[in-house]
Ligand binder design. Structure first.
Ligand SMILES: Cc1cc2nc3c(=O)[nH]c(=O)nc-3n(C[C@H](O)[C@H](O)[C@H](O)COP(=O)(O)O)c2cc1C
Length: 316
């Protein structure tokens, strides 16, 4: 199956399993549509002569990846797509040199997933009951998570179409985040940064990694696409900590656009679900490998020798 065929087959299977709802966006679905359309606005400056074969290897803090493409935080529908779906994804991501990210709920077999040997990040919602947040972070650390994180953009929970999904959440303050950072022993990720102001606050709170994200259209309607705010955010971050971006990235060329605007790695959410639905572990492997192959071709032909060398000048 080609990448396009995996996406199409995966979407059909998810629809047939009555899981299509999870792929939809909040309220009017403006964010959802915009996340898909924005990539068409940017084209590449080709650099065909003297270009050298690119490598996709990437280092993020203490982790070396073969590809700058990671899974985005998702747990919810995965066990309903395939039995042992999370385990299949963990194995596929390990074999492709990627990174696993799990979200809500924390998988009951988190330790088993870590034992597969894939670097794993667990993110937690800012539940109003802050003791629950701390308990979940500790649970993730005890299971061996590589990094742990807070989904700062879920301060009003999550919503798909007109249905509120995650509830009982409230925005966290810098001092609360600082306190959490103080209590944990693994690097702290803040997911859902979407403005330079929040990027400044993330640094102030002691974040070790940020994810520039509109939560895949599951929080507030009429948010911008992360690519539209990434350059300003990257200026604030000034290479002090890694930036990961997600939202609508489907092809290797989309990934190169994310790198060019200032991210060190790109997260993919729905593509992992499509890969799993279409062909289990093999399907997920294929999604990452095909995207990485496309990325490598595009990097080579734009004169980008490795992910860290991507720059705004390759975008028209
Ligand atoms: C079904 C589903 C469940 C998700 N669950 C979570 C979650 O628990 N925590 C979180 O931070 N983000 C969650 N997200 C958002 C993803 O982490 C990510 O930001 C988004 O899916 C990226 O966009 P993409 O799906 O277009 O690649 C979820 C997204 C989907 C589609």
């Amino acid at each position: 199956m080609t990448l396009s065929e995996i996406y199409q087959k995966g979407a059909e299977i998810l629809e047939n399993k009555n899981l299509g709802f999870y792929l939809r966006g909040v309220e009017t679905e403006y964010v959802m549509k915009h996340n898909e359309e924005i990539f068409r606005e940017y084209r590449f400056v080709q650099s065909a002569i003297d270009s050298i074969e690119a490598t996709t290897e990437t280092r993020l803090l203490d982790v070396t990846l073969q590809v700058p493409i990671v899974m985005s935080s998702i747990t919810a529908p995965i066990p309903r797509i395939q039995r042992d779906g999370l385990l299949k994804i963990a194995t596929a991501l390990k074999e492709t040199g990627s990174m696993m990210w799990t979200g809500t709920p924390i998988p009951s077999n988190l330790r088993e997933l870590v034992e597969v040997g894939v670097p794993l990040v667990q993110t937690v919602k800012p539940y109003t009951d802050r003791s629950k947040v701390m308990k979940m972070l500790s649970q993730a650390e005890a299971a061996g998570a590589t990094w742990v994180g807070i989904e700062v953009d879920a301060g009003q929970g999550t919503k798909i179409l007109d249905r509120q999904m995650a509830k009982d959440c409230s925005p966290m303050s810098v001092s609360e985040l600082k306190e959490l950072k103080h209590k944990i022993s693994r690097p702290l990720v803040l997911k859902g940064i979407l403005s330079p102001r929040d990027a400044e606050k993330a640094l102030e709170a002691g974040a070790d990694v940020i994810v520039v994200s509109n939560h895949g259209a599951h929080t507030i309607d009429y948010l911008p696409h992360p690519l539209e705010v990434l350059e300003e955010i990257a200026k604030v971050i000034a290479n002090q900590i890694p930036i990961i971006i997600d939202g609508g990235f489907r092809r290797g060329t989309d990934v190169l656009k994310g790198l060019a605007f200032g991210a060190q790695a790109i997260g993919v959410g729905r593509p992992i679900l499509y890969g799993l639905a279409a062909d289990g572990e093999e399907g997920v492997k294929k999604v990452i490998a095909e995207m990485a192959g496309e990325l490598k071709r595009a990097m080579t032909m734009t004169g980008v020798k490795d992910p860290a060398s991507a720059h705004r000048g390759i975008i028209l």
